[in-house]
Design a protein around this ligand. Structure first.
Ligand code: SF4
Ligand code: SF4
Length: 351
């Protein structure tokens, strides 16, 4: 346990990322959260926009609310909307205080700071005891640097991983110097790295006070706890392996930050891009990924090419082109289907 920056919050180095809870049942989420708590994890980060993740955390943490640090967030820049978001989070958590409430995926600092903006609402909530600390999260290091220079934030949350190295230049040293709590996210690049253990180790080697990792099973919790508890810095060989993977990934892959949403046509852009990437990396799961894709409400072919998503993507991804490629990757040709059927028949004959 160590203090998060200058706050009086004592946290374990590894924290629970809230996104995976959206895809778990209440019972499964409780199993994961209980295993995490039993292993010493005492901080979870979620968001009003992560489906019913807040409710699932609340359900699992009910008996131990006071032993757990809860961080959540809203992307609004408007004060009125932020006040409502805080009250709704308090209601969903069934608590009268939230430890860290953050402005999520900050893009426009002037809007947040303006009279009647989100910061005013957060400061009022802090004075009223509804929240204990004010944080800011984002994917653009330069915007976060501007934000923390204002002195209005207690914590800052940014991606820390082998691919996204921008925060190492100015953001992390400045946050450290100013005594902000540093919360690292996306240690395995949104689930993209082939060797998640090395990705987590890389992040553990940083100045982050806490590293949030999405964990969707008890096994994943145990694996990550083992890495944290026996932590040693990456060896030269491991670092080379990670760097090789990073250069293979390049910059053009989806980190699943969800900045691009909502798509006016209702496309689940990160999910589609993730499925294509997953199939590419795990060809043995091709049927599962293709089925997951086929049954989505909207397919990549429903994209109307309006370009809104590309304007919002902090990684400047050519999303329209990537969606087309994802569709090709996830839609087997009649020839491939026939080949698979033939393979099945041959395997059956061979017994
Ligand atoms: S370009 Fe396509 S995917 Fe992107 S927001 Fe427009 S319709 Fe949605
Ligand atoms: S496409 Fe860009 S904005 Fe959308 S989730 Fe991926 S990285 Fe984030």
């Amino acid at each position: 346990m160590a203090k998060i920056g200058k706050t009086d919050l004592d946290a374990f180095r590894l924290g629970l990322g809230g996104i995976p809870f959206m895809n778990l049942s209440f019972h499964q989420a409780r199993e994961v959260i209980s295993a995490a708590a039993a292993g010493g994890i005492n901080l979870a980060d979620t968001a009003e926009g992560y489906g019913d993740s807040e409710e699932k955390l609340a359900f699992a943490l009910k008996p131990k609310r006071d032993q757990f640090i809860i961080a959540t967030k809203s992307p609004t820049t408007d004060g009125k909307v932020m006040r409502k978001a805080i009250d709704q989070s308090l209601f969903r958590f069934g608590t009268d205080y939230i430890d860290i409430y953050q402005i999520q995926t900050l893009i426009s600092l002037p809007d947040v700071l303006a009279p009647g903006g989100a910061l005013e609402a957060l400061q009022d909530a802090k004075r009223a005891g509804k929240i204990r600390y004010i944080g800011v999260t984002g994917h653009r290091a330069s915007v976060l640097v501007e934000a923390i220079r204002t002195g209005n934030f207690d914590t800052v949350q940014a991606p820390i991983n082998i691919v996204d190295r921008e925060s190492e230049q100015e953001l992390l040293p400045l946050a450290k110097q100013l005594g902000l709590g540093i919360l690292g996210m996306k240690p395995i690049c949104g689930g993209t790295l082939d060797n998640p253990a090395l990705g987590l180790k890389f992040c553990l080697n940083s100045v982050a006070d806490v590293i949030f990792c999405g964990m969707k099973s008890v096994a994943e919790v145990e694996e990550n706890l083992a890495i944290v508890n026996s932590f040693r810095p990456l060896t030269a060989l491991e670092e080379d392996e990670l760097l090789a993977e990073a250069s293979q990934l390049g910059k053009q892959f989806c980190r699943r930050c969800e900045y691009c949403l909502p798509c006016p046509e209702g496309l689940a852009i990160p999910k589609i891009l993730w499925l294509a990437n997953y199939k590419h990396r795990y060809p043995e799961r091709e049927i599962w990924t293709e089925d997951e894709y086929r049954y989505l409400d909207k397919l990549a072919t429903d994209c109307q090419e309006c370009g809104e998503c590309e304007e919002k993507c902090p990684y400047d991804l050519p999303i329209r082109q990537m969606l087309k490629e994802a569709h090709d990757e996830l839609s087997p040709t009649p020839k491939q289907v026939a080949k698979r059927r033939l393979g099945k028949v041959i395997r059956r004959i061979r017994g």
